[in-house]
Design a protein around this ligand. Structure first.
Ligand SMILES: Cc1ncc(COP(=O)(O)O)c(C=O)c1O
Length: 370
């Protein structure tokens, strides 16, 4: 059963009797400025590619990704989104005990469960804005051979600087660290915080194209790591797992490095301005607390009896879909996540939130926190 994900826009459209395009989707963490200019036209021109098999091991796009990032090709794998890797890793690495830094993306835990790998969770303290406790992670990594860390983290937005993360990997050489950098391109100067080029013998880095380039339907992800580990994971690679259009998209993106750098720069700048405006408007709503984020999404806590279900339900009736975070391990029925948009859409949701609070959404007293 696939349960750990968020709002389903198609389901909501069916319930509301409208078109998915009529719904403001702030539940999905994709770049609101994407896809980059020219990409969709390029795919249209290359539609014929689906009439042949794609390159079986995606070697061509691995080569261009390697050149783009200044990495050797034998440190890279390409897959059907990072999801393919997340679910293969516990098996390929023959993990026996995993550690997951949470609250975080559910698929790490689900992947461990799929392969019967017991996983311990180190849940960051809400009172410390969910900042990951790196020292506690060092201690707990003693009992794990595989550690999952999402950086920056979905859904908290918390970020661990590369030096701290590299220090953590070095301090526990017997554990393999899987660092999911799917949202790193949204962080200012994100390139300097990747672990992909740090030559760490026990770090595996996941790099998704879905979020930053807004192509989640294409399914493209990369994994980088030391060659002996790449060999182990490569044994679990599926033939043709990166489809022909996805390979055409990577070729387009990697062949236009300056345009992509400019696109990412513009994304960061625009989203930083939207984030500032959004956070400032929220600060005037005492029943909503926001947590610091470096990404395109913001985790919020609802106070004063407001519930995630109530607020999400009322927004849904206004055709605004956000993420009810109550099914994240370590969060509660008071947490929601909003992915920022541009061009006035954020103001629409802010006004809707304001209205819902003012007109007295259903309030349920909160049980004392443990
Ligand atoms: C943290 C994180 N990692 C990985 C993924 C999966 O992305 P993809 O398989 O499209 O690369 C997601 C999707 O929401 C995510 O939030």
């Amino acid at each position: 059963m696939i349960r750990g994900h968020g709002g389903n826009i198609h389901e909501l459209a069916r319930e509301l009797g409208c078109d998915p395009g009529d719904i403001i989707d702030m539940s999905s963490n994709v770049n609101p400025l994407g896809p980059p200019e020219g990409l969709v036209d390029h795919l249209r021109e290359h539609l014929d590619a689906i009439t042949s098999l794609p390159q079986v091991d995606a070697a061509g796009i691995i080569r261009s990704f390697a050149a783009h990032h200044g990495l050797p090709e034998d440190r890279i794998l390409a897959g059907n989104g990072t999801t393919e890797f997340i679910y293969a890793l516990p098996l390929a690495l023959q993990s026996r005990r995993a550690l997951i830094l949470g609250p975080t993306y559910a698929d790490y835990g689900d992947a461990c469960a799929m392969h019967d790998v017991p996983a311990a969770f180190l849940i960051a303290d809400e009172n410390r804005n969910f900042a990951p406790d790196v020292e506690a992670a060092v201690r707990m990594a003693d009992n794990a051979d595989t550690v999952f860390i999402c950086n920056p983290n979905n859904p908290t937005g918390a970020f661990i600087p590369a030096d701290d993360l590299a220090g953590l990997c070095r301090s526990r050489p017997n554990a393999l660290f899987i660092i999911d950098e799917s949202y790193l391109p949204f962080v200012d100067d994100g390139e300097s915080h990747t672990l992909a080029n740090r030559d760490l013998p026990n770090a595996i880095v996941l790099n998704s194209m879905s979020k930053i380039f807004r192509v989640p339907g294409l399914r493209i992800g990369f994994l980088t790591g030391p060659p002996p580990i790449i060999d182990r994971i490569g044994r679990y690679a599926l033939p043709w797992s990166v489809n022909a259009l996805a390979q055409a998209a990577v070729a387009f993106l990697m062949d236009n490095p300056d345009a992509q750098a400019e696109f990412i720069r513009g994304t960061r700048e625009t989203l930083a301005a939207e984030r500032r405006e959004f956070e400032s408007a929220l600060s005037a709503m005492p029943s909503i607390q926001s947590f610091p984020t470096q990404t395109s999404f913001i985790l919020l806590r609802l106070n004063g009896g407001l519930t995630a279900e109530g607020v999400c339900g009322r927004l849904a009736r206004r055709r605004i879909l956000i993420r009810d975070c109550s099914n994240f391990k370590g969060l509660s029925d008071r947490h929601i996540r909003i992915s920022l948009k541009t061009g006035g859409t954020n103001r629409v949701v802010l006004e809707a939130l304001h209205d819902i609070i003012r007109t007295g959404a259903d309030r349920v007293p909160e049980k004392p926190r443990p």
